[in-house]
Design a protein around this ligand. Structure first.
Ligand code: HEM
Length: 225
């Protein structure tokens, strides 16, 4: 299997803590005069006020608990809302500032981000399959394939392989191509279409080379060798 999962090292993650909020009543009281007692409240009113206080006084934590975000690097630990990051419209949680920094650095170094992230990968995969389906050498392989699903899966796979923070949830490359009886020339045709796609999209030559190396690394699995 040739997926390029991000290695998740064991950094320490501490547990989510509630922010301390002083809820004691503040009464303006003249010197030496005891503050007036607040009016007695019934049980349901106390409960209602507690609930509203919790939701209004710390909406970040409430929202976080609803989302159930955990630490990106240590899924068994809850994320701390103050370290959350938004990346391409998705919230990622971290339990320390170091892990948040590590995530940002990993993204910046990734081929995925360097070629332009989701927008670039999606544009490339769309154009790639236009070319594949117009290629007499290989288009018959896709006759009975749901191309909407295939395009979605390829976007997901390539994103992960290039270093996106998202996971590949499909089959491994060996299983995905089992039974297709693919040959060297089929793989070469597919790779050629990808190269033509990336060239047409005017991607930097050095970046194209990096992508083609990753794609080439899937060859033995795709050809079930
Ligand atoms: C160049 C490297 C390749 C990569 C990275 C790749 C990637 C993928 C991925 C991600 C899937 C979806 C797997 C899933 O359903 O979970 C897939 C399926 C498929 N691939 Fe490839 N592929 C490659 C080469 C090829 C070649 C050379 C051919 C044929 C010429 C091919 C034909 C197919 C077909 C027909 C399916 C659909 C299988 C099915 O739904 O039953 N692929 N491929």
């Amino acid at each position: 299997m040739y997926l390029f999962y991000i290695l998740k090292a064991s950094l320490d993650c501490s547990v989510l803590t509630m922010a301390e909020v002083d809820l004691s009543p503040k009464y303006p009281c003249p010197r030496n005069t005891p503050p007036p007692s607040p009016p007695p409240m019934n049980r349901s009113r106390v409960l209602a006020i507690s609930l509203v206080s919790f939701l209004l006084l710390d909406p970040a934590i409430a929202a976080e608990e609803k989302a159930g975000l955990t630490c990106y690097y240590h899924a068994e630990k809850p994320a701390k809302p103050e370290f959350n990051l938004d990346y391409e419209g998705t919230a990622y949680g971290f339990s320390s500032v170091e892990e948040q920094k590590r995530f940002t650095e990993e993204r910046a170094a990734s081929l995925y981000q360097r070629i332009g992230g989701k927008t670039a990968v999606h544009a490339a995969v769309d154009l790639f399959y236009e070319k594949v389906l117009a290629d007499e050498r290989v288009k018959h392989f896709f006759d009975d394939v749901n191309m909407t699903a295939q395009i979605r899966k390829q976007k997901e796979f390539l994103s992960t392989a290039l270093g996106a923070p998202t996971a590949w949830t499909g089959k491994d490359m060996r299983a995905a191509h089992q039974g297709l009886d693919l040959r060297d020339e089929d793989f070469a045709a597919i790779a050629e279409n990808l190269l033509a796609t990336l060239t047409e999209l005017k991607l930097d030559r050095a970046l194209i080379d990096e992508i083609m190396i990753i794609v080439a690394s899937t060859k033995d699995a795709v050809l079930n060798r």
